[in-house]
Design a protein around this ligand. Structure first.
Ligand code: HEM
Length: 486
């Protein structure tokens, strides 16, 4: 018995000693982190500086009210706590290069739980490694230059049809007030649905559902009736039903075409995704989630870029006259009435693309995004502990004198010469660089061409404010006075 007691006491002492050792190691580790953590305020437990962050975000003054004052006090790399997560905010081209190019190696993309559930747990934004590469290669084939060439006349038809119906035809002389932002949003939505996913007809109902989903994207995950998240989930269920039907019908059609050994397999993005599903490379839910994500990624961003391009053109008339010359020249080469643009025409819109990029620099549709450290990360002389979040923002370079002289001035000519890598990051960078960059470019350029060559226009409220919820948009929808050119 005495032996047994002695053994028990020895075991207890041993366990306590081990526990103490572990505790000391943990303490030492966290103290050594503390020494090497960037400066900054963590605020109250859990809530941290979330309220300041959101307040600034909603007013679209994240840089002026949240980031710039902290850079001034703590430097370009600082710590904070947002939505319960300890977070390091990084600024500058070197930080962008380091974190964006080390995706999957040191950090992974990290969206709020609500965004992941609503955009799609199985979409590309949640994939890494081989699975990410597979979906990415499908997107690149379709959304690269060659894949998009065939889309130019299709996009032209969708945009022209909408403008003729809603903005007035050249034989009608009446002036109208339209919301540019809503028009651009609906059109970018239709272009994505019709040109990439062969959808039509259900446009308006689906568009409303996507709007409802967006309202819940950054809201708390609360599954209770009446909450934004609950409403968004219900809207997503409607979208899923429509998309499931679309995917299944496409699958049947592709099977039939194959058995009839038809060579006319369409090369739309829908066909390619469903093709990968038939080959067993991706699942049905992955196809549906990727379609949802792509529709979101495409229309909420392009529409804001279009709206800001027009705002800046209106505020800078000399830029507008240069841009108009570019488009009138392209139009003058068309011999037939109503002749569509070609990819060759689009490649001549150099100045317009400079104007659009300069507008995106000043008003990035995606201000930045979160990453999560998957290991302890050393950067800028600091250690970012595993599990912490990292926030990179476009403002860190776009609004910095270090990269752009007189950064708040609108000057499209900045883009005449190539910009150093990771300085203009409106479309991100590294393995997650925007997969739809070329399509966004086409959408913007074609829309600008068809508007400026066919309509006289002016802003109704040149000082309209920009707000965010959760993405930026003009608070009044950017009313525009338009009348068809004679
Ligand atoms: C002006 C319009 C657009 C802007 C400013 C924009 C911006 C961005 C940015 C900043 C990212 C990187 C996000 C990150 O690093 O976390 C991104 C990723 C992405 N974008 Fe875009 N985007 C635009 C249009 C589009 C369009 C038209 C599509 C597709 C049709 C698209 C599809 C995507 C996808 C799929 C990703 C994720 C890529 C991945 O995870 O590998 N975007 N976009």
């Amino acid at each position: 018995m005495a032996d047994y007691l002695r053994a028990l006491v020895a075991a207890l002492i041993g366990i306590s000693f081990l526990f103490l050792l572990l505790l000391l190691r943990q303490r030492k580790k966290s103290r050594s982190y503390e020494k090497r953590l960037p400066p900054g305020e963590m605020g109250f437990p859990w809530i941290g500086e979330t309220l300041d962050f959101y307040r600034a975000l909603q007013k679209n003054t994240l840089f002026e009210d949240f980031i710039a004052p902290r850079i001034q006090t703590h430097g370009k790399t600082f710590k904070t706590r947002i939505m319960g997560s300890p977070t390091i905010v990084v600024n500058g081209a070197e930080a962008n290069r380091f974190f964006l190019s080390n995706e999957f190696k040191l950090v992974v993309s990290s969206w709020p739980a609500s965004a992941v559930q609503l955009m799609g747990v199985n979409s590309i934004m949640e994939k890494s490694g081989e699975q990410h590469r597979l979906v990415r290669s499908i997107l690149t084939t379709c959304l690269g230059n060659t894949g998009l060439e065939a889309l130019v006349p299709k996009i032209c038809s969708v945009v022209k049809g909408h403008l003729d119906k809603n903005w007035g035809h050249c034989n009608q002389q009446d002036e109208k007030i339209i919301s540019l932002y809503k028009t651009a949003k609906f059109l970018s939505f239709r272009v994505t649905c019709e040109c990439l996913f062969e959808m039509g007809g259900e446009d308006e109902v689906l568009f409303e559902c996507f709007e409802k989903v967006l309202e819940g994207v950054f809201s708390p995950v609360v599954h209770l009736p009446g909450t934004s998240f609950w409403r968004a989930k219900r809207a997503r269920a409607v979208i899923e039903k429509v998309l499931l039907k679309l995917v299944r019908e496409k699958r049947l059609k592709m099977m039939e075409e194959q058995t009839r050994s038809s060579s006319s397999l369409s090369l739309s993005l829908l066909s390619r995704l469903v093709g990968a599903m038939v080959r067993g490379e991706i699942t049905e839910v992955e196809v549906v989630d990727n379609i949802v994500l792509l529709i979101f990624a495409a229309h909420d961003t392009s529409s804001f870029a279009i709206a800001m391009t027009f705002k800046m053109l209106s505020l800078n008339p000399h830029c507008y006259s240069l841009l108009l010359q570019e488009h009138n020249k392209i139009r003058s080469k068309k011999t037939k009435e109503g002749e569509n643009l070609t990819m060759e025409d689009v490649t001549k819109m150099n100045y317009t693309w400079q104007v659009a990029r300069e507008s995106i620099r000043l008003f990035p549709p995606i201000f930045g995004s979160f990453r999560r450290a998957i290991t302890d990360v050393n950067f800028d002389g600091f250690t970012i502990p595993k599990g912490w979040k990292v926030l990179w923002t476009a403002y860190g370079t776009h609004f910095s004198e270090e990269y752009f002289k007189d950064p708040m001035r609108f000057d499209p000519k900045r883009f005449e010469d190539p910009i150093s890598p990771y300085v203009f990051v409106g479309f991100g960078g590294g393995p997650r660089v925007c997969a739809g960059y070329q399509l966004a470019k086409l959408n913007i350029l074609i829309f600008v061409h068809l508007v400026v060559t066919r309509y006289d226009w002016s802003l109704v409220q040149p000082n309209e404010t920009i707000v965010m919820d959760p993405l930026p948009f003009p608070s009044q929808g950017m009313p525009l006075k338009v009348s068809p050119k004679i």
